[in-house]
Each structure stands twice: as structure tokens, then as C-alpha cells.
Design a protein around this ligand. Structure first.
Ligand code: SAH
Ligand code: SF4
Length: 384
């Protein structure tokens, strides 16, 4: 796959900050309060909600049943703008990557991956990451900030605009699945991520089912149960090592929440069944975590938990000391995992092509994103 087939850069002018507040921040009750606070009747909130979340209308003047004075009042105080797009890349196979620019000039990335009868959107939850996983390039970048609810939802709306895929108008669903596998640790921005997911899951709006949303975490244990109880979305865990000594190095949050604590939290995740399994992400790093003994320890560690395992060949980035395991080693590892009864898809080699194409376009950070894209493609392939 080549990502160079179309690349469009956009001008600075599009990201001018607005004094008006974004209505994309509000869940139904909060939207109602805002509407009442400016003197409009409660039922206007329902109408607004449908225009925003089912029709994708961005101009209050086009919300025809609101009435002229309500339209003017809303336009004075609020907006429903999407993030600005700094760059859009379209691959020959339909994958689209948007580099989005936020009100304060910060940038994040959103990726759309079409595949047979589904389309998966990978969204970011933070700019940078406070965690320092040694194999992940984001781990070398400090956290700039959490994304807000409107910025998380905005990534989804932007994709729906571009795909022409609004519930009220679409002919076929192009955006069916969402994965929180972009930049950042979603469980360190739990409140905003949760609020955004509730908005997106609402049947009166976009209506993406919780079964089609996957949240990937490095293992923020105290938030895992909450995520299951409150949102019930699919869970993916960045495991990457099967003993505490190694995981302390690869995924340092392990020093705070060790493997036992993590595995116990996953075992207790509500709603797990053979039809609804947890995904364990496991990056294959040469000579570090890729032995046959590691594979056996992995299946032992997760015994009894309905699971899928995603083996992700490590993607190198400038300055890293790690290398990717060779094909034979990955094969052997996958065989042991499969023999134990777990599906273990290995990333398709097409990711390497993306890496090359992205490397030409933008520096190191895009290489990182390409590596994440692979994880997302694997997750997308195994979602219902
Ligand atoms: N912070 C969350 C979600 C974002 S990272 C988490 O850690 O789960 C999503 C996935 O990107 C991680 O599981 C990891 O498997 C993958 N990833 C990051 N850097 C990578 C690299 N250099 N090579 C391969 N996969 C990588
Ligand atoms: Fe952060 Fe996830 Fe990268 Fe770890 S793997 S540094 S948690 S983005």
C-alpha cells in the first residue's frame, strides 16, 4: 500500500480560534442545560442534537426547524466546528490519514482504514503521552495536553463529513468501528474519552455500538473496571512482556500496576466471553521478548481469559536501540500461541510501505504513527 497517492496541505487560516464555545462538548443533559441557560425551551436541545449528531449540519441557519431567532442566538454563542486539517493523505487502498490542527495550533492524527465490510477510524486521545514505553516513539515526546471532548468527537465528525457518512443521509455505512489507538493513553484522559464515547454511542446520534469501539491501554488498572462498567467498550491491552522485570522496562507503568494486578483487572472486565474477547497487543522485538519461552509464558499468563493476541512486528524509529524480530521467530511465536487455542493475527507487511511513504513526507512522528497504524489494522481485522 502506498500512502503517497494524494496528499493535500491546508493553510494556516483554517485554525483560527473561536470565542464561541463548541457544542460538541455536551452530552444530552448538558446540552439541555446550555439551551435553557440562553432562554430557549428544552425541546430545542432535542432538535439541535439531531442536527448535530445525525445530520452533521455545521451551520445553525441550516437547522430549519429551530426558528430564525433561536438560530441567531445559538450562532452568537456556539459553534459545531470540526478540527482544521493540516494535511490529508489518501492511499490507493482507501486508507485516509488526517493531520488535524487544533485551536491552539497543536496537531494530532486520525486514520481511517476501510476493509471489506467495515471501516475503522483510529482516533487520538492526547497530544503526546506522559508514559515512556521504551519501544514507542510517543514515549520520547512529553505530554502536551489532553484532548477535549469536542476534539475527540471532532475527529469522528471530520471523518464522517469527508466520507459522506451521516446516519440521516448515508446509503451504506463507511465508518463502522472506532479504535482509541492513536496518540496518547486514553485512560489518562478518561473523563473526556468517556464523555466523547457516550456521545458517539448515543442511538439518537451517530449510534456506534460499544461492540464496535475498542480502547487500547498500556494498563492503567484503576480505570479499567470503570471503563468496563460505564462504557462497556472492547478492551485492548498493550502487554508486550510476560514477566515484571522486562515489562518494567518496556512498559514502565508496570512498576505501578504489575502484571498480576493487570491480568486480574482484565479477568474481571465485564462482559468478556468467547464472542467478546480482550485483545492483547504484543510487539515483537528482536531478542527482547520474542523467545519460545515467552510465547509459552504468554499463553500461561492469560489462561482462562477469553482472548485474542495481536503480534505486532516492532517498527523502528530514529534513535531506538530495538530491532524487529525476524519472520521465522514471529512465526514460531505465533504457532505456539495458536496451538494454545488463541487467534494471533500478525500484521500484514503492507505497513512497511506506509512507513516508507510517510518517512518521506514528515519526520519521525509520522514513522511512529505508521507503526500504530499497523496495530490498528490488526485490531480492526479482529473486531466484530
Ligand atoms: N497508549 C495506548 C494506546 C496508543 S498506543 C496503549 O499503549 O495501548 C497503541 C499501540 O501502538 C500499542 O499497543 C503498541 O502496540 C503500538 N506501538 C507503539 N509503538 C510501536 C512500535 N514502535 N512498533 C509497533 N507497535 C507500536
Ligand atoms: Fe504512551 Fe501507549 Fe506509547 Fe506507551 S505505547 S508511550 S502508553 S502511547
Amino acid at each position: 500500500m502506498s500512502l503517497s497517492s494524494e496528499s493535500v496541505e491546508y493553510s494556516e487560516a483554517e485554525s483560527a480560534p473561536s470565542a464561541r464555545r463548541s457544542l460538541l462538548n455536551f452530552e444530552p443533559n448538558a446540552l439541555e442545560s446550555e439551551v435553557i441557560a440562553i432562554g430557549l425551551p428544552r425541546f430545542r436541545a432535542c432538535q439541535l442534537w439531531r442536527w448535530i449528531w445525525r445530520h452533521g449540519v455545521t451551520d445553525f441557519a441550516d437547522m430549519t426547524d429551530l426558528g430564525k431567532s433561536a438560530q441567531a442566538l445559538l450562532a452568537e454563542r456556539f459553534h459545531v466546528d470540526r478540527p482544521a486539517v493540516s494535511r490529508r493523505q489518501v492511499s490507493s487502498d482507501g486508507t485516509i490519514k488526517w493531520l488535524i490542527r487544533l485551536g491552539d495550533g497543536q496537531e494530532a492524527e486520525t486514520v481511517y482504514i476501510p476493509d471489506n465490510n467495515r471501516g475503522t477510524l483510529c482516533i487520538s486521545s492526547q497530544i503526546g503521552c506522559t508514559l515512556t514505553c521504551s519501544f514507542c516513539h510517543t514515549g520520547t515526546q512529553r505530554l502536551v495536553r489532553n484532548l477535549t471532548v469536542d476534539e475527540i468527537c471532532g475527529q469522528i465528525l471530520l471523518a464522517m463529513d469527508e466520507l459522506g457518512d451521516w446516519p440521516a443521509t448515508r446509503l451504506g455505512r463507511r465508518l463502522t468501528n472506532i479504535v482509541l489507538m492513536g496518540m496518547g493513553e486514553p485512560l489518562y484522559n478518561y473523563e473526556s474519552v468517556a464523555s466523547a464515547m457516550r456521545i458517539i454511542m448515543s442511538n439518537e446520534g451517530v449510534g456506534v455500538s460499544k461492540r464496535r469501539i475498542t480502547l487500547s491501554t498500556s494498563g492503567v488498572v484503576p480505570e479499567i473496571a470503570r471503563c468496563g462498567d460505564e462504557l462497556g467498550v472492547n478492551l485492548a491491552i498493550s502487554l508486550h512482556a510476560v514477566n515484571d522485570d522486562l515489562r518494567d522496562k518496556l512498559v514502565p507503568i508496570n512498576r505501578k500496576y504489575n502484571l498480576k494486578t493487570l491480568v486480574d483487572a482484565v479477568r474481571a472486565y465485564p462482559g468478556l466471553s468467547n464472542a467478546r474477547r480482550v485483545t492483547w497487543e504484543y510487539v515483537m522485538i528482536d531478542g527482547v521478548n520474542d523467545s519460545e519461552a515467552d510465547a509459552r509464558a504468554l499463553v500461561h499468563l492469560i489462561r482462562g481469559i477469553p482472548s485474542k493476541i495481536n503480534l505486532i512486528p516492532f517498527n523502528p524509529w530514529p534513535g531506538t536501540a530495538y530491532e524487529c524480530s525476524d519472520e521465522q521467530t514471529i512465526d514460531k511465536f505465533a504457532r505456539i500461541v495458536m496451538k494454545a487455542g488463541y487467534a494471533s493475527p500478525v500484521r500484514k507487511p503492507r505497513g512497511r510501505d506506509i512507513l516508507a511513504a510517510c518517512g518521506q513526507l514528515k519526520s519521525d512522528s509520522v514513522r511512529l504513527r505508521a507503526s500504530k497504524l499497523e496495530a490498528v489494522q490488526d485490531a480492526a481485522a479482529s473486531q466484530s
